[in-house]
Write a protein that binds this ligand. Structure first.
Ligand SMILES: Cc1ncc(COP(=O)(O)O)c(C=O)c1O
Length: 474
């Protein structure tokens, strides 16, 4: 197969485009607009098409195979979502069109706000944020405004469990708060002693992921929320794991005050590689006034955009990532209440099925019923030199996307596996079998694992160098 870059294929004078005949008087191009120093490749149309089709085939995707990337909820994306998102009335609307011309789009946003509020048990929702991390920023800024309005500017600390995703401390720090880490207990819950020791009138709130990144439902969730409320703080819910709760539990009823949704995880949408995403935020009634705006309201059967009374302001150009909203809307409407509950039940069943089988081969540090994902240790007895990274890379040779590894940080050599609800039992068995065979290989042929992947187009990369010294070329 031709592996040349476009730059290597380039020959002066070749082109992949044919311009229509000139129908205006010929005039020289303004010289200062032409940038001769840009070495743009000159290639024919077939070379161009082959180059990009070949690159697309080097990619792994959920439409090609199992993608158990823990915490990322890489579920199958129903194609009907794409058809809806591509409809001209949705895809070609200009964000500056007047409200009366886009009533259908505003209705979709309004109904999505309402459905998300119903699913999560919150009073109001804003669709503004563009990702989970962006929703966190919105939530923490709302928390700040809430405390300032109550004259409690001394509340400068945010409590964050040691199992949390890195975006939680990042959002808090960006909003000017100090971060206090809470320990997890031996069952993977927030350690109540650690919480009690920190809870005082300097605390603005707690960022709480439930189920947490170990895939475990916090057994003391209501007590944790009550405790934070008693010391005057708010509880922010990181809703990245909402796929484990749909139709079964509502965070708003468990004691959470604010929560972000990752529409691109829980409610499908092709994602990974940086976007696009959507991270709406939901809040309890008295916090609705702080929501980022605009939100969509309905008055006398007419939909319009409005800024909440004490809004923290705009977070995103125009109205958020509308295309992702269309996909989530279709997904929710298509499944309905019973279907959404089935999503959760099936996701939890698939994770427990794999956990029970794989814990016989790999250490399971928190051995209890998991929710939609679980975390193993990437260690093999009798193979001391093998690490989670070796196991993950060898899975590529078996045709599977590796699980998330080295996160959460509190598990040594973590392998975080999230099968989602959309995989057949045959796929789950094939994945488990691959991991079992890899454990055998680790003992009999450890060098093979150290070299893996051996069949992929790209062999093992120096990931740190690749990130720090990006080489971008055609
Ligand atoms: C638990 C958790 N919180 C927050 C985030 C951030 O979400 P996003 O990637 O949409 O910014 C993630 C993303 O993986 C996550 O897993």
């Amino acid at each position: 197969m031709n592996r040349k870059t476009l730059k290597e294929l380039s020959r002066p004078g070749r082109t992949a485009s044919t311009l229509p005949a000139l129908d205006v008087p010929e005039a020289p191009l303004p010289q200062d607009w032409l940038r001769d120093e840009l070495p743009l490749p000159e290639v024919s149309e077939p070379d161009l098409v082959r180059h990009y089709v070949r690159l697309s085939q080097l990619n792994y995707a959920i439409d090609l195979g199992f993608y158990p990337l823990g915490s990322c909820t890489m579920k199958y994306n129903p194609k009907v979502n794409e058809e809806a998102a591509a409809m001209p009335g949705f895809a070609r609307t200009h964000p500056l069109q007047p409200e009366q011309m886009v009533q259908g789009n505003l209705q979709l946003m309004y109904e999505l706000q309402e459905m998300l509020a119903e699913i999560s048990g919150f009073a109001a929702v804003s669709l503004q944020p563009a990702a989970g991390a962006h929703g966190e920023l919105a939530g923490i800024l709302m928390m700040r405004r809430y405390h300032l309005d109550r004259g409690e500017q001394q509340r400068r600390k945010i409590l964050i469990p040691d199992s949390a995703h890195g975006t939680n401390p990042a959002s808090s720090a960006m909003s000017g708060f100090q971060i206090v880490q809470l320990k997890s207990d031996e069952r993977g819950n927030v350690d109540l002693e650690s919480l009690r020791a920190q809870c005082d009138d300097s605390v603005a709130g707690l960022m709480f992921t439930n189920p947490n990144t170990l895939g475990l439902f916090d057994e003391n969730v209501e007590e944790v929320c009550r405790h934070v409320h008693e010391c005057g703080g708010l509880v922010y819910g990181d809703g990245a794991n909402l796929n484990a709760l749909l139709g079964v539990a509502k965070p708003g009823e468990l004691g959470f005050d604010i929560l972000h949704f990752n529409l691109h995880k829980t409610f499908s949408t092709p994602h990974g590689g940086g976007g696009p995403g959507s991270g709406p935020v939901g809040v309890r009634p008295d916090l609705a006034r702080y929501l980022p705006g605009p939100i969509v309201v309905r008055e006398g059967g007419v939909y319009r955009l409005a800024a909440p009374e004490s809004t923290i302001g705009r977070l995103k150009a125009f109205y958020g990532n509308f295309g992702v909203m269309v996909r989530a809307y279709v997904y929710i409407r298509m499944l309905g209440e019973a279907g959404l509950r089935n999503v959760t039940v099936s996701a939890v069943l698939a994770a427990n099925y794999l956990q029970e089988r794989l814990k016989k081969t790999y250490p399971l540090p928190y051995d209890r019923r998991c929710m939609h994902e679980f975390v193993l240790e990437g260690r093999v007895s009798g193979a001391p030199d093998i690490r989670a990274l070796d196991i993950a890379k060898r899975l590529i040779d078996y045709g599977f996307h590796p699980p998330t590894n080295y996160f959460p940080l509190i598990v040594h050599e973590a392998l975080m596996i999230e099968p989602t609800e959309t995989e057949s039992v045959e796929t789950l068995d094939a994945f488990a079998e691959a991991l079992e065979r890899i454990a055998d290989e680790a003992r009999t042929n450890p060098d093979l694992l150290h070299e893996a992947p051996v069949t992929a187009p790209v062999r093992r990369l120096d990931e740190v160098r690749a990130a720090r010294e990006l080489v971008l070329h055609w």
